[in-house]
Ligand binder design. Structure first.
Ligand SMILES: [Zn+2]
Ligand SMILES: [Zn+2]
Length: 721
């Protein structure tokens, strides 16, 4: 409608954990116990089902992507898409931005894979804080340490106390003896120990949290692997070996109690890190993984982000906060199946990395290696990489993929950087951040000109919708009951751009009532022919409403230019309170031809059609179905290919009269109602402010008044029967 050539493709992000978790649940199988090809087939089947549902609901909601035809949508798991993901990996690998390292990583024992920081959520949970007695070797005194993770005692490598904490000054650099395991560890003064938490003395274990990970590195402590990849205790844990983490915790607490080594137990609310996909508490486990460098790029991304316009501007803060919190490179390898394979083979002799040529989709776990012998050592036996990428490795290049990157230079020239990225605020630290990072690494440019960050749709009380809370609202029944337009109109006008939207069926119903009103207004206007503009004389009443209309056009354009649809509330107010309640009532008689000259009659009819067409165009992006239906019925073509209305010059002074018109009309109607008369019934005389004299012909007819007198605006309006 604004004359732009728009590429707005529909994509389905299909890679990664969500479908795998769902397949495991639905078929009651474990991925690791299922042959890989079979598991992939089950994932694909489920994805196809979900995809059909997504496309179906998108169509019903009137999404305006270029095409919602299954043959036109792009999928992140298609061989073509995956080949591009792999090509970008090969390029960054060759440029030295990718490396392998063994480090403690966040690990989901249920999903059995490494997770990136961005894939971790935090949950408040009631946790036991136990106060455990350590012995000080040199002095024999008790040193009490509070911990929520006593099962990690075996991995304890140090005790820290705050250097300023008077209680422990005499213990600096002495030795603590870990209970049960009788292991000797140093007592180190370190500012990380908070005197107010527990007893102020803290045990550092491999690994309870990020602080542990950092202190092990900073203090050069030797880690012990305490928990295995299944979330069970390692043999080093002695009698607790093989137990699940929670079981081991309960058991060790009761053993410590029995030995008289617990002085106190407290229930505290503790923020625990969980896997964002399956909600299982995560562990920190040292694993060898592939990393993509990101620390070196944080400053660049901060600069790049300044060149992008955010809508609303304040939501940029979410990205800035995330950038400030990044402390490690991005682990990109995952020990899962349904993802893009890491395109690497290793020579069996020396584990040399062999990369294939970019351009094809590779599955090293089943494909032949791309070479006959290792180019470095001549080895002729190979092993294919079995791991896949973090799913954000795929979705972070969607901006490039849709622009034809590595596939269509002409399209890329036109479509990159993308005009706008619309997305939800809950994936700023993943989708948005990773896209900016990857696109910058590959092209040196910001991926977008604009970023539009919407809030979430939450329930009526403001709670996030989730399966476990049982407060999810499914769109289908709502659309069926009220129509997609009502649903969309509600969504557009319910909250300020970027804020959460509280779902309310009542408010959707209100939106549906407006659409009914719009339909009724259109039906009324459709009675009258649309006159030729040259046969028209506009009265003051027509000029007044056209001034209001132009003000509305200006207002709406300003909002829409900022990708903000909150302006629909103003359109609703105009249609209901100004057009229907006032103007239509005022010009009914003239439009029907009962008063005025032929040209003035045409004036009312022409204005009515002008308003209707304009309103339909303003609302077309928000309520595409009803506006198009009316437009086609009345004007014989689709509204969606019309030009968007532009503000025409108007005299501001008309706008001052709107409130007065409303007040005067309301008072006259009120006087009639109080006498039990219909609004059309005759009155002998009305006395109204002189500012309204210019509307005399229409007002006289509307109120059926024999005589109108004019008074000063501070005088009281009179109605004489
Ligand atoms: Zn998980
Ligand atoms: Zn080799």
């Amino acid at each position: 409608m604004r004359g732009y050539e728009v590429l707005f493709p529909m994509g389905i992000d299909r890679n990664g954990l969500p479908v795998e978790v769902q397949v495991e649940k639905q078929y009651k199988i474990r991925m690791y116990e299922t042959p890989r090809s079979e598991f992939l087939k089950l994932c694909k089947g489920l994805l196809d089902t979900y995809e059909r549902e997504i496309l179906d609901i998108s169509r019903k909601l009137g999404f305006s992507m270029n095409s919602l035809d299954p043959k036109d949508v792009y999928r992140t798991d298609s061989p073509e898409y995956r080949s591009i993901t792999q090509a970008t990996f090969i390029e960054l690998f060759k440029r030295g931005l990718i490396y392998e390292a063994e480090r403690p990583n966040i690990w989901c024992p249920r999903c059995r894979t490494t997770l990136a920081d961005a894939e971790v959520e935090y949950k408040e949970k009631a946790t036991k804080l136990v106060y455990v007695i350590f012995k000080v070797k040199e002095t024999g005194e008790d040193l009490v340490i509070a911990t929520t993770r006593p099962e990690l005692l075996v991995g304890c490598a140090a005790v820290i106390v705050n250097p300023g904490d008077e209680r422990y000054k005499h213990l600096h650099n002495k030795t603590a003896v870990v209970p049960i395991y009788e292991k000797e560890v140093p007592i180190i003064p370190h500012p990380e120990a908070r005197p107010e938490f527990g007893t102020g003395a803290v045990m550092i274990c491999s690994y309870g949290d990020y602080t542990d990970v950092r202190l092990f590195r900073d203090l050069r402590l030797k880690p012990t692997q305490v928990i295995n990849t299944d979330g069970r205790m390692e043999p080093v844990a002695g009698k607790y070996a093989g137990l699940k983490v929670e079981e081991a915790r309960d058991k060790i607490i009761s053993d410590l109690k029995e030995a008289g080594l617990i002085v106190k137990e407290e229930e505290i609310q503790h923020k625990i890190p969980i896997c964002w996909r399956c909600k299982t508490p995560v562990e920190f486990i040292a694993m060898k993984e592939w990393y993509l460098k990101q620390l070196d790029f944080v400053d660049d991304i901060r600069e790049i982000a300044k060149r992008i316009k955010f809508h609303p501007q304040e939501n940029k803060q979410i990205l800035d906060n995330w950038l400030d919190s990044i402390t490690t490179d991005w682990p990109i390898s995952r020990r899962r199946y349904y993802g893009t394979e890491i395109p690497i083979w290793y020579c069996k002799c020396n584990h040399h990395v062999i990369l294939p040529e970019p351009g094809k989709y590779y599955q090293p776990w089943k494909d032949e290696p791309p070479v006959d012998k290792c180019p470095i050592c001549g080895c002729t036996e190979f092993e294919g990489e079995t791991r896949t990428f973090d799913t954000w490795m795929d979705s972070s290049i969607s901006a490039l993929y849709i622009s034809g990157y590595l596939r269509d230079e002409e399209l890329f020239e036109k479509a990159f950087p993308n005009g706008i990225r619309p997305q939800g605020k809950e994936i700023v630290r993943t989708w948005l951040y990773y896209t900016l990072l990857r696109v910058y690494q590959l092209t040196g440019k910001p991926a977008f000109k604009h970023v539009w960050i919407s809030g979430l749709v939450v329930d009526e009380k403001g709670e996030k919708m989730s399966k476990s809370l049982g407060n999810i609202v499914y769109p289908e029944p709502i659309i069926k009951k009220y129509g997609a337009d009502a649903f969309r109109l509600f969504g557009a006008g319910e909250a300020k751009l970027g804020s959460d939207i509280r779902f309310s069926e009542k408010r959707v119903e209100g939106a549906a009532r407006f659409i009914q009103k719009l339909y009724n207004v259109a039906r009324f206007i459709s009675i009258f022919p649309e006159p030729d503009e040259r046969e028209v004389r506009l009265t003051e009443t027509d000029k007044w409403i056209l001034a209001e209309l132009n003000r509305l056009v200006k207002y709406t354009r300003e909002y829409y230019d900022n990708f903000d649809f909150f302006a629909v509330n103003e359109i609703r107010r105009f249609v209901w309170e100004i057009l229907a309640d006032q103007y239509i009532e005022m010009v009914k008689a003239r439009a029907h031809g009962s008063i005025g000259s032929e040209r003035e009659i045409n004036g009312a009819r022409w204005t009515l059609h002008k308003i209707l067409k304009t309103i339909l165009k303003l609302l077309a992006p928000v309520t595409p179905f009803i506006t198009d239906y009316i437009y086609r019925e009345l004007y014989g073509k689709t509204v969606h290919l019309e030009s968007f209305p532009e503000e025409e010059p108007f005299e501001e002074e008309y706008l001052q009269l709107t409130k007065l018109i409303n007040d005067v009309n309301s008072q006259i109607w009120k006087a009639k109602r109080e006498r039990g008369l219909s609004l059309k019934s005759k009155v002998k005389r009305i006395a109204i402010p002189k500012e309204l004299k210019r509307f005399e012909m229409d007002l006289k007819a509307m109120h059926n008044a024999e005589q109108i007198d004019y008074i000063d605006s501070q005088e009281t309006i009179e109605v004489e029967f």
